[in-house]
Structure formats: C-alpha cells, structure tokens
Design a protein around this ligand. Structure first.
Ligand code: MTE
Ligand code: MO
Length: 374
C-alpha cells in the first residue's frame, strides 16, 4: 500500500477520499479561528505523502542556461531573509458538491471548507530566483516558473504546476517557499519540508514537498496544469472538451460562504447570528458581505472581522458575522450570503450559468436553509 506511510490526521476532519487523503474541517469549526489550526487546515493530496529526510533534502534550482543549484534547508534559511505572510489557500473544487446538485460533475465532492488560512513563514521565491541568476525585468516573451513535487505516482510522474514569471518575480506578489505554517514546522500533509505558497492564486499552484524549480517558455507539462484545473462553458461535456482551449486557473474569483448555522439546523426564534468567510483572488480585498434571511428578497450588511488587508495585497480572508431578528412568522429561513471585492466583482446568484464539467470555480451565492423551532 503506497499510502501506508501517510501521517496521522485529526479525527474531526470530514474525509472526502482516504487514499489519496482529502479532507475538510466541519464548516462551523472552520471559522472559529482566523488562522486555521494546522490539524484542521483542509488537506488536498493527489498522491501518497512522500517521506522526506530533512538532512539529505536538496531543492533543485535550475538557473538560466540549465545549471542546477542544489540548496539544503540550512542554506535556504541562512542565505535568504525570512518572510512571513498570512495567506488563504482555496482549492479550485471548493463547494463542488453544490455544482453536482445541478448536474453531476467529476471530482471530489467538497463542501464549503476546502479553504483555510495560515501564517506562512519562509523565503521569497523572487530572492531565490535572483540568486540563481534570473533578472527582475520581464523578458519580452512570457515565461513561467515551474514547480515539481517529490510526490510521485506509480509510474514515477511527480505532481507539478507553474505560475507566470511576473507573479513569481513580482515585488508585491509575496510568493513564498515556506518551511513554517502558523509558527510550526510545516506538517507532512502540507508539504514538509518546503512548499510553494502563491497568494491570491488557486491552491493547485502552491506545490508541496517542493523538489525542483525551473523557468520555461512553456507552462508546466504536468497533467494538473494542462489537462485539469481549467474552466469551461456549461455547454462543454466530456465528449467535446478540449483542454488546450482554456487558460489554466490562476487568480480565483470572489467567494463567500455561510459556516453557521449549518444546513437543516433548527434555530430558536428571536435573534439569529450568521457566520461565514469571504475572500477574493489576486489580492483583491473583500469590501462587503450582504446577508439575506429570506432567500435574497431583503438584505443586511454583515460585520467584517479578522485582519484588515492591504489594498492589492489582500491575501487572506475576512471572517464575517451578522446578528439579526428572526422574522416572527417564519417557520423556515433561507439564508443567503454574497461578497463584493475591491474591483466590485460580485458572486453569481445561481449555479446553473457557471456549471462546468469539472466542478471548479463554484462561487454562486451560498444558501443555507434552516427551520425555526422553540
Ligand atoms: N502539491 C503536491 N506536490 N501534490 C499535491 O497533490 N495538491 C495541490 C496543492 N499542492 C498538491 C500540491 C492542491 S490541488 C491544493 S488545493 C493544495 O496543494 C492544497 O494544499 P493543502 O493540502 O496544504 O491544503
Ligand atoms: Mo486543489
């Protein structure tokens, strides 16, 4: 069993797939903390967790012209200044199960918690690339920084992904090679001993158990870069899909969800407190969250909590909450939330128009039905 060496996991996690291990925390636990405790942070593995010996570990860094530098962990920590950033990671498939309710899609049936936030500590990717000899300025032609993981399938193919060179080198992009998560050594499930953290970008590009970094005129040849994690029209099905026709997902769209109460709960009459999270990709901050208790007929503005984010570098979520009177005659409530980001992007009101065969980018208004009972 290639998974027999996987690490132990927290029993509260809701397991989506055991081998490989994919799990999310219960929604109501997710928003109990601004920084998600490492054990509860969602876990998304495509392959067995590799056992990496920190003493013999070397990051393979391909310089211009193909010369390869091998950097040990102590060298990385000694040579480059430590940088810390609070970043929310979200899987492209977060909230996929809502899409499957419209029409079945292919993929893990994630609820609303394939998203989590941590304070990451490590070195800046741009410092490491500059050390290898890469220039700050962009080349005329678009280039890509490619990452390869140390996790491999049975045929020896590693997980891989890439990001545009300008993101990797951007002064304000804050891309990290992280060795710490919430002040602790990176846990094995999250990429020990070194992972990429790309703020504002889909989780799939934040390659864990980082083995190799290179720069190329082509995107990563990885299956997960070329033939997955792309968005399509609702008109495209598995007979007609052509993965070369759509760009790889990088920055994610605006997202929010209700974490409390949970679907089907019985809430007492009087006053109700609704809680959730909101986040947007590309460093766009959340400027507002609207909440409705009547399916979207009337709205109230939620209170935003958690760390205020810098304009253009809003890498982490806001938690939000709203306390409102329960309408006296209501037997049932249809709670809805929707967020607005700094570019005034809004979430679509229904799933149907954004349905896609792979069930990615599921960010329609989130709806939770509850009953009112003494
Ligand atoms: N990196 C490697 N090497 N292998 C993987 O399977 N999964 C990716 C990304 N990096 C993955 C990886 C995906 S799809 C996501 S959403 C994030 O890791 C999840 O990170 P987490 O498990 O730390 O939450
Ligand atoms: Mo993902």
């Amino acid at each position: 069993d290639p998974y027999s060496g996987d690490p132990p996991r927290h029993p509260a996690l809701k397991v989506n797939s055991l081998k490989p291990f994919n799990a999310e925390p219960p929604a109501e636990l997710l928003t109990e903390n601004y920084l998600t405790p490492n054990q509860l942070f969602f876990k998304r593995n495509h392959l067995p967790v590799p056992a990496v010996d920190p003493a013999s570990y070397r990051l393979q860094l391909e310089g211009p012209g193909g010369r390869v530098l091998a950097l040990s962990l102590p060298e990385l920590k000694r040579r480059f200044p430590k940088h810390e950033v609070t970043v929310t990671l979200q899987c492209a498939g977060n909230r996929r199960s809502e899409m499957s309710r419209v029409r079945q899609v292919k993929g893990l049936e994630w609820g609303v918690a394939a998203i989590s936030t941590a304070r990451w500590g490590g070195v800046r990717l741009r410092d490491v690339l500059a050390h290898a000899g890469y220039a700050e300025e962009e080349e005329a032609e678009e280039q890509h920084v490619c990452f390869e993981g140390l996790d491999k399938d049975l045929s020896g193919v590693a997980y891989g992904a890439s990001i545009p060179y300008r993101t990797a080198m951007g002064r304000e992009a804050d891309v990290l090679l992280a060795y710490e998560m919430n002040g602790e050594e990176l846990p094995r499930d999250h990429g020990y001993p070194l992972r990429v953290v790309v703020p504002g970008v889909v989780g799939a590009r934040s390659v864990k158990w980082l083995g190799r970094v290179s720069v190329s005129r082509e995107e990563s040849p990885s299956h997960w870069q070329r033939n997955d994690y792309k968005g399509f029209s609702p008109a495209v099905d598995w007979d007609t899909v052509d993965f070369t026709t759509a760009p790889a997902i990088q920055e994610l769209p605006v997202q929010s969800a209700i974490t409390e109460p949970t679907p089907g709960a019985a809430v007492p009459p009087g006053e109700l407190t609704v809680k959730g999270y909101a986040w947007s990709g590309g460093g766009r901050g959340v400027v507002r969250v609207d909440v409705s208790l009547d399916g979207g007929r009337t709205w109230r503005v939620a209170e935003l909590m958690g760390e205020e984010q810098r304009p253009g570098r809003a890498w982490a979520w806001r938690l939000w909450q709203l306390t409102a009177p329960v309408p006296p005659d209501a037997a049932e409530l249809n709670i809805v939330c929707k967020a607005v980001d700094a570019s005034y992007n809004v979430q679509p009101d229904t799933v149907e128009p954004i349905w896609n065969l792979r069930g990615v980018l599921s960010n329609a208004w989130h709806r939770v039905r509850v009953t009112v009972a003494e």
